[in-house]
Ligand binder design. Structure first.
Ligand SMILES: NC(=O)c1ccc[n+]([C@@H]2O[C@H](COP(=O)([O-])OP(=O)(O)OC[C@H]3O[C@@H](n4cnc5c(N)ncnc54)[C@H](O)[C@@H]3O)[C@@H](O)[C@H]2O)c1
Ligand SMILES: O=c1ccn([C@@H]2O[C@H](COP(=O)(O)OP(=O)(O)O[C@H]3O[C@H](CO)[C@@H](O)[C@H](O)[C@H]3O)[C@@H](O)[C@H]2O)c(=O)[nH]1
Length: 440
């Protein structure tokens, strides 16, 4: 099949590459010339495991083409995916300007039947808006607008796309349904379903999935806070409840709040949709409040330990991306923590395997960037673990003890066992578990 993907960010690039991988001819379009220049050379502008290998293979086989020319891509394609940003506006609503602008352009370019597929996360009613824009200039039989929300997770995006739990397709057009069914066949071979539904239900499904998952995290973060106050261990409680198949084991990890480019903005946007429809969605209010509070939890623990005096104290931070296996720092808890530490006149040095470049764009020379995880520990008052990268899980403890000024760890991701920390004599303050006071 012939496909155009408009927007080559985290979603567009993975979508385009994975469609090319299944034999389709894909034209990827972006307004960012630098990005397109990099991609033409086979270089991925983002860190996403497994992506570059597929990118090289499909470039070599000429199944994927990168361009800034929207008309060229549209002329060469039958299906046009929109993978454009939908950032939150001031009021929390999803800003549709990128989608609607491209829809306006498509209305002037399309000359034969095309399916316009919305892969961006968009509020209920967006397919109707895009249809209305196209219908102003085009006969109705020249296009169909489909909602096909994307559920991939950063860091495992390629795997998620190639082997999705399910594919959701919102369309009331039989013609579009047949074509979309054929396009997705290679990805649902393992028996995972394609769910066809109306456009509005598909749009809503995406927000509900993300908000439900965010709610689970906020719930577990509150459980963790209560565990700390009652002497229970949240890790054991998590295992205890997770084996109930009605609850399930996944997505129950407490931490320092959900971040990333999706949960924070999508919970806000669903909340806005509820408000716009005069519905008071109380749970969502609380999900957001708990998350804001949880993002401060490490800083509060640190402040309490040092009796509010952080001036001149030196902190080594491990992990900056909003989660492991990505360089994405959008809404990352690390950013808020670093700012709070700097505001308290503490000294901060950071290490992350792939996200330091992005953090440098935010903090410049205000923090020190370390070439490995151990450098920043030299003479530091404490280590603060913000992202649970695998390489932090089984570190060289001897080196840590040797370098740190005091054996103090604040862990926002429960990376270490309490027994190990006790054995090594660390002061160890984690989430939802008792504090180990250690031997200093
Ligand atoms: N990141 C994720 O994990 C993820 C997962 C599922 C859904 N989503 C949703 O997918 C959408 C895209 O997210 P993303 O993370 O890929 O965003 P992104 O910011 O990484 O990428 C968007 C791309 O669109 C390009 N762009 C902007 N205007 C353009 C135009 N007029 N023409 C062509 N290209 C243009 C930008 O240059 C950028 O490269 C959002 O709605 C998001 O909520 C994201
Ligand atoms: O048990 C958990 C699981 C996740 N998180 C946090 O939740 C956030 C989001 O994590 P994750 O869902 O793994 O990453 P994303 O790449 O943001 O993916 C989410 O957002 C995407 C964009 O909409 C969706 O496509 C995915 O299905 C959805 O999982 C991160 O800050 C994690 O640290 C926790 O605190 N505890």
């Amino acid at each position: 099949m012939k496909i155009a993907v408009v927007g080559t960010g985290y979603v567009g690039l993975v979508t385009g590459t994975c469609f090319a991988e299944t034999g389709n001819i894909v034209h990827c379009v972006d307004v960012d010339e630098k990005k397109i220049a990099l991609l033409k050379k086979g270089k991925s502008p983002i860190y996403e495991p497994g992506l570059e290998v597929l990118l090289h293979r499909n470039l070599r086989e000429k199944r994927i083409v990168f361009t800034t020319d929207l008309k060229l891509a549209v002329d060469k394609s039958d299906i046009i995916f929109l993978a454009l940003p939908t950032p939150p506006g001031e009021d929390g609503s999803a800003d549709l300007k990128y989608i609607l602008e491209v829809a306006q352009k498509l209305a002037t370019i399309i000359t034969k039947y095309k399916i316009i597929v919305n892969k961006s996360t968009v509020p209920v009613g967006t397919a109707d808006k895009v249809t209305a824009i196209l219908a102003e200039k085009l006969p109705r039989e020249l296009f169909d607008v489909v909602s096909n929300p994307e559920f991939l997770r950063e860091g495992i995006a390629v795997d998620d796309f190639l082997k999705p739990d399910r594919v959701v397709i919102g369309t009331t057009s039989e013609r579009a349904k047949t074509i979309m069914h054929e396009l997705y066949q290679p990805f649902v071979r393992q028996g995972n379903p394609i769910y066809f539904m109306d456009e509005r239900s598909a749009e809503m499904t995406k927000y509900v999935a993300n908000s439900y998952l965010a709610m689970r995290i906020s719930f577990m973060n509150e459980v963790a806070n209560l565990c700390e106050r009652t002497g229970a261990n949240v890790d054991l409680v998590r295992i205890g409840i997770g084996s109930d198949s009605r609850i399930g084991k996944r997505f129950l990890f407490p931490g320092i709040g959900y971040g990333g480019s999706c949960f924070p903005k999508d919970v806000k946007a669903l909340h806005y949709t509820a408000k716009a429809n005069k519905y008071n969605f109380k749970l969502l209010d609380t999900v957001m409040q708990v998350n804001a509070q949880q993002k401060k939890i490490l800083f509060q623990k640190i402040k309490k330990y040092y009796k509010n005096d952080l001036k001149g104290k030196q902190f080594a931070i491990w992990g900056l991306s909003f989660k492991p296996e990505t360089d994405d720092i959008r809404e990352a808890p690390s950013l808020e923590l670093i700012q709070d530490l700097l505001d308290a006149e503490a000294k901060v040095s950071v290490y992350d395997p792939v996200a330091m470049g992005n953090v440098k764009k935010v903090f410049g020379s205000k923090v020190k960037y370390q070439k490995n995880q151990y450098e920043g520990l030299k003479n530091a008052d404490a280590l603060v673990i913000v992202t649970e990268w695998s390489e932090f899980r089984n570190p060289d403890y001897e080196r840590m003890v040797k370098y740190l000024k005091s054996k103090v760890i604040f862990d926002g991701r429960n990376v270490y066992s309490l027994e190990k920390m006790e054995e090594l004599g660390f002061y160890y303050n984690s989430i939802g578990r008792r504090t180990i006071h250690g031997k200093q």
